[in-house]
Ligand binder design. Structure first.
Ligand code: CP
Length: 326
């Protein structure tokens, strides 16, 4: 694996390797001293053209926990406002010694262009591009599901994950459908017809317009998606009549929460629109793993940085390696 651009790039065994490596990284994060010397002397550049809280901070934390130097670039306040291109921005950062570039961009395909245009010569990690892909989000989601529902090892064979909401604009949904099915899970997408993309029937998932039916189908995990108002022309953008109507038909409220099987976990990639796609009761309930998803993001991103930067061979660090490195 030279870059991580899409969840589709990962084979079953590569995905399991990332999750196994993340499990080892997570174990090191339970120690008093969390820092490993693995990437000492390496520089990771966070190149963020679009807003982020969780992804940017957790990549920064992950790189620092591996002892890498981190350069944070945010398009706001940079020479991008003077018209500087992605190519020139990237080459400027490479000239400052980048060993890996983590990129979030509002345009689908920007990380692919960065990786393959020959502008820079280091691994590129997609931290979310347009409505296309967010592979590390799907890895942290798979890691969280595996911990709760698959004993923390192996793949997700036999599990049923229901993804609900604004699938049309969601790179999280696209990445999760790819990765979860690669790992053996069954995926159901639930959304109003207006928020399902053209061609969704060719995805490896079943679709439904009815959340109550999907709840009655007893999923093992329910992943609520954020309604992405910033990608709609107005509040509902013509995609649904009103927020009230949307939350009545597609929101995870107390009644639906109570109808889920006891073991079912509730997920959300964040940021959440409380009261729209998810009620406060669901977001804060004991079955919610939303905060845990964020914590797992650090371990998963440590694993990705480790596998892309620390060695040519895609192998998990030996137990004694992570022990000794501490
Ligand atoms: N889940 C996610 O990508 O969150 P941020 O936009 O805060 O990074």
């Amino acid at each position: 694996m030279r870059h991580l651009l899409s969840a589709k790039d990962l084979s079953h065994d590569e995905a399991v390797l990332v999750l196994d490596t993340a499990a080892q990284m997570a174990a090191t994060q339970a120690r008093e001293i969390k820092k490993l010397p693995t990437l000492r002397g390496r520089t990771v550049v966070n190149l963020f053209f679009e807003d982020s809280t969780r992804t940017r901070i957790s990549f920064e934390t992950a790189a620092k926990r591996l002892s890498a130097d981190v350069l944070n670039f945010s398009a706001k306040g940079s020479s991008v406002s003077k018209g500087e291109s992605l190519k020139d921005t990237a080459q400027t950062l490479q000239a400052m010694g980048a060993d890996a570039v983590v990129v979030r961009h509002q345009s689908s395909g920007a990380p692919h262009r960065l990786a393959h245009a020959g502008w820079i010569d280091c691994p590129v990690i997609n931290a979310g591009d347009g409505t296309h892909q967010h592979p590390t989000q799907s890895l942290l989601d798979a890691f969280t599901i595996r911990r709760h529902l698959a004993g923390g090892a192996g793949d997700l064979a036999g599990l049923h994950v229901t993804i609900v909401g604004d699938v049309l604009h969601s790179r999280v949904a696209r990445s999760n459908v790819e990765l979860l099915t690669t790992l053996g899970a069954r995926v159901t997408l639930v959304a109003p017809p207006t928020l399902l993309p053209v061609g969704v029937e060719s995805w490896p998932a079943t679709t439904s317009y009815h959340l109550d039916d999907a709840v009655a189908d007893r999923p093992d995990a329910v992943m609520m998606l954020r309604v992405q108002r910033e990608r709609m022309s107005s509040a509902g953008g013509g995609f649904f009549p009103s927020g009230l109507e949307y939350s009545r038909l597609y929101g995870l409220d107390q009644r639906r929460l109570d109808a889920l099987p006891d073991h079912t976990i509730v997920m959300h990639p964040g940021p959440m629109n409380r009261g729209l796609e998810i009620s406060a009761a669901a977001a804060d309930s004991p079955r919610s793993v939303v905060v845990e998803q964020v914590a797992n993001g650090v371990a998963v991103r440590m694993a990705v940085l480790y596998l892309l930067l620390a060695g040519a061979q895609a192998t998990a660090p030996a137990d004694d390696e992570t022990r000794v490195l501490a």
